[in-house]
Design a protein around this ligand. Structure first.
Ligand code: BGC
Length: 254
């Protein structure tokens, strides 16, 4: 392998339907060896840990793992559970994953992970102003940066917009459930984005998630005072940012 082992980390991203995992070279953000398994979203804690272990299985031993999870995470503990089994609330994800994977683990909110990935290697690279990143999927995740620094666990997907939570208005899951066209969905996303913009005034808003593969179908309908960009790492921002989070955590401890 031409990549220097010292730069390699494992990134895991627990999504609504699949758990993605990759070996990531932090020097470049390059993804090597990708694996993916279905997410047992409402499954027990044991089942989720088993699935994460299956995703990581076979990757080099001893490498630190960054684990992106769709919940507020403080000090390695899960604090919310919008799209996973509610038994997770209060559970020490980081410690449980260290025990199960027998590797060092850093747990982080999934949207924050995607933000770190885009900030270091992708669409927000070099941006020093206020940047808001939204992950559009089963829910809506948010990551907020200023001066290149992350404000963790912002949870703007749960912001009420005209009486309805943002993610219940405009997550791609809702588009699918309601059978909306891209134009209909864009109208809801515009409401959500314009409310967030009115509160935070970011200079740049980055949109991530699988639906951005169809960006040409909805970007022409979006209106915002901030610049809108599609994430450069697409569906892999979370795994890349999770891997990066391991080195940020190590630097913070040093
Ligand atoms: C959760 C967030 C998560 C987002 C995207 C929301 O429902 O509350 O923590 O980042 O979904 O998965």
């Amino acid at each position: 392998m031409r990549n220097n082992r010292q730069n390699l980390r494992i990134g895991v991203d627990v999504g609504g339907s699949s758990i993605k995992c990759a070996l990531v070279d932090l020097a470049s953000g390059e993804r090597l060896e990708r694996h993916s398994v279905p997410t047992p979203a409402q499954g027990s804690i044991e089942r989720m840990l088993d699935a994460i272990a299956t995703a990581v299985d076979g990757l080099p031993a001893g490498l630190p793992v960054g684990l992106a999870f769709p919940s507020v995470i403080t000090r390695g503990v899960v604090r919310t559970a919008a799209h996973v089994n509610r038994d997770w609330i209060g559970r020490p994800l980081e410690r449980l994953a260290v025990e199960r994977l027998a590797r060092p683990v850093t747990a982080i909110n999934d949207a924050d992970a995607a933000g770190l990935g885009e900030q270091r290697y992708g669409a927000a690279r070099g941006e020093r102003g206020t940047v808001l990143l939204l992950t559009l999927g089963t829910g809506i995740g948010s990551a907020l940066f200023t001066g290149g620094l992350l404000v963790p666990n912002t949870e703007l997907g749960h912001l009420e917009v005209d009486g309805v939570e943002a993610e219940l208005r405009a997550a791609p899951r809702i588009k699918t459930e309601r059978g909306w066209s891209y134009e209909e969905w864009s109208a809801e996303l515009n409401r959500v984005i314009s409310r967030m913009h009115a509160l935070l005034w970011p200079e740049l808003i980055i949109l991530c998630g699988g639906i951005t593969d169809d960006a040409d179908q909805f970007m022409p309908h979006l209106r915002c005072e901030a610049e809108l960009r599609i994430g450069a790492l697409r569906a892999e921002a979370g795994v890349v940012g999770a891997a990066l989070a391991t080195s940020l955590a190590a630097a913070a401890e040093a």
